[in-house]
Design a protein around this ligand. Structure first.
Ligand SMILES: *[C@@H]1O[C@H](CO)[C@@H](O)[C@H](O)[C@H]1NC(C)=O
Ligand SMILES: *[C@@H]1O[C@H](CO)[C@@H](O)[C@H](O)[C@H]1NC(C)=O
Length: 469
């Protein structure tokens, strides 16, 4: 590298050992970064196994296949003997507004899909629009942050992995930190290059010498012996203030640089749902007297589960294809993607059944024979389709780049999907669900059948542009 120096008379007069030392510093630094990152990348959580589909696999990989453009009648048998209306994909979003994890089997717990929206980023902000005399209400407080806020579109690029203890994994030990916290969440995000090392780092990343991502870990649950490390603080989520564990001590500076590069940004933290303070939900949800339990959720906007019909997304995609050539179902952040029903048939669903036997379904019967103990699943699970998902501009963010389209698909949706008299100004796509039982298991391929249809009337929260993040 020292030929730059030798070109000039000034450089030629430098003593050569100094030149070598100065010029080798960047190389040594890069080697150091590369080695430490390689070690970090290979350092998987001890005694744990990773949940979800293997890297690179997705049940949505064929979402652009033209066969999903049209629905099929519920009586039509699939060529492979599969139920025609079925679960196409299951996705949990451990951190609100960040990338999801796909599952082929997923447990549902009282808050929704297990691991879904158990974490969220928040900023410490002074309340807006408070009355001048309400001095005590003007204290800064933590407010949840999502991609709705244009400053936070890059949340899309934050990925997480869930690792849970598994005694069959070599090295498992009940005393491991990873086991005491009942698992870890690994959080990965693009490396920020800044300062004088920016250029060499960028080059190193471009040629594959240095990883493009960096990561950190947080306990999946605060370990019992360390619970005092985590203050339980109110975080504003719409009109609720659930007490949640402040995980701010785990956030590395590089994540702060990535998410809020402006040094004048408000303080940032990461919250974890405190299971003692789930948010109770009412509005369109069935009441406790009907269900036998109070429906709750974690950091989801409104209801525990969110369902979307692939055919409906293909229809929206067709209408805004000029602006967005490949509008992905992933932009709508549903937990359950279904295939089969025609576009927007879900609009009128009031109650559905998921799983269980359907006639014409050979595979299901085979499965049923194998699992005699799964009585409950044999009958399927009843799920209330409680209201439509009202859309904000969040789906405008491309999940692969974190870049927000200035108008689409929001504009297209508003042009023909303002269908709910409860909120005539906003577009709807997808349905919010409240299961009739608190715990069960969903599988990709589970059949869907509609038990009841009827009217929907969206009941607003206090704040506008609620959607499903
Ligand atoms: C879903 O994806 C997984 C992983 O690629 C695959 O094993 C499974 O067969 C897929 N299921 C369906 C119903 O396509
Ligand atoms: C899926 O969407 C299509 C088109 O809107 C609709 O005809 C069909 O009934 C929907 N099915 C489901 C299960 O939502």
């Amino acid at each position: 590298m020292d030929f730059f120096f030798l070109d000039t008379p000034a450089a030629a007069s430098l003593s050569s050992p100094v030149t070598y030392i100065v010029c080798s510093l960047p190389i040594l630094y890069l080697l150091y970064i590369t080695l430490s990152e390689k070690l970090q990348a290979e350092d998987t959580p001890k005694g744990c196994r990773r949940l979800g589909l293997p890297p690179g696999r997705s049940n949505l990989s064929d979402e652009f296949d033209p066969k999903y453009t049209h629905g099929v009648p519920p009586s039509q048998v699939d060529e492979a003997g599969q139920p025609p209306w079925r679960i196409k994909a299951l996705v949990a979003y451990p951190i609100k507004s960040c990338a999801g994890i796909e599952f082929d089997v997923a447990d549902v717990v009282p808050t929704g899909m297990e691991y879904d929206r158990q974490f969220c980023f928040a900023e410490l902000l002074a309340p807006r629009n408070v009355r001048a005399d309400a001095s005590e209400e003007r204290m800064p407080r933590w407010e949840f942050k999502t991609m709705r806020d244009g400053r936070f579109s890059r949340l899309a690029l934050i990925r997480s992995e869930i690792w849970v203890p598994d005694p069959d994994v070599s090295g498992y030990d009940p005393g491991l930190e990873e086991v005491k916290s009942n698992g870890v969440l690994v959080i990965r995000y693009p490396r920020v290059t800044k300062g004088i090392w920016s250029l060499p780092l960028k080059i190193a990343m471009a040629i594959g010498l240095s990883p493009r991502e960096t990561s950190f870990r947080v306990p999946l649950h605060p370990p019992a012996d360390q619970i005092s490390k985590y203050a339980s603080l109110p975080v504003k989520l719409w009109k609720d203030f659930p007490l949640s564990y402040d995980y701010g001590i785990h956030i590395p500076q590089s994540l702060r640089d990535f998410l809020s590069p402006d040094p004048s940004s408000p303080p940032l933290t990461l919250f974890r749902v405190n299971p003692a303070h789930h948010r109770q939900i009412f509005r369109c949800a069935p009441r406790k007297s009907e269900l036998g339990f109070q429906p709750v959720t974690g950091f989801a906007d409104a209801y525990p589960l969110h369902l979307l019909n692939l055919t409906s997304v293909r229809d929206v995609a067709r209408r805004c294809a000029d602006a967005i050539p490949r509008l992905s179902v992933r932009q709508f952040r549903a937990n359950i993607v279904v295939q089969g029903p025609g576009a927007y048939e879900e609009d009128a669903w009031k109650k559905i059944r998921v799983g269980g036997k359907t006639h014409n379904c050979n595979k299901c019967i085979l499965q049923d024979e194998k699992q005699g103990q799964k009585q409950q699943q044999d009958e399927g699970i009843e799920i209330h389709t409680v209201c439509r998902t009202v859309r904000c501009r969040l789906p405008n963010v491309d999940p692969d780049t974190g870049i927000r389209h200035p108008s689409e698909p929001d504009k297209t949706l508003k042009s023909f999907r303002r269908i709910d008299r409860g909120d005539p100004t906003n577009a709807c796509l997808g349905m919010q669900l409240v299961p009739a039982v608190e715990r069960f298991t969903l599988r990709v391929g589970d059949p869907i059948s509609v038990l009841e249809t009827g009217e929907h009337f969206y009941i607003k929260m206090l704040e506008p542009s609620e959607g499903a993040v």
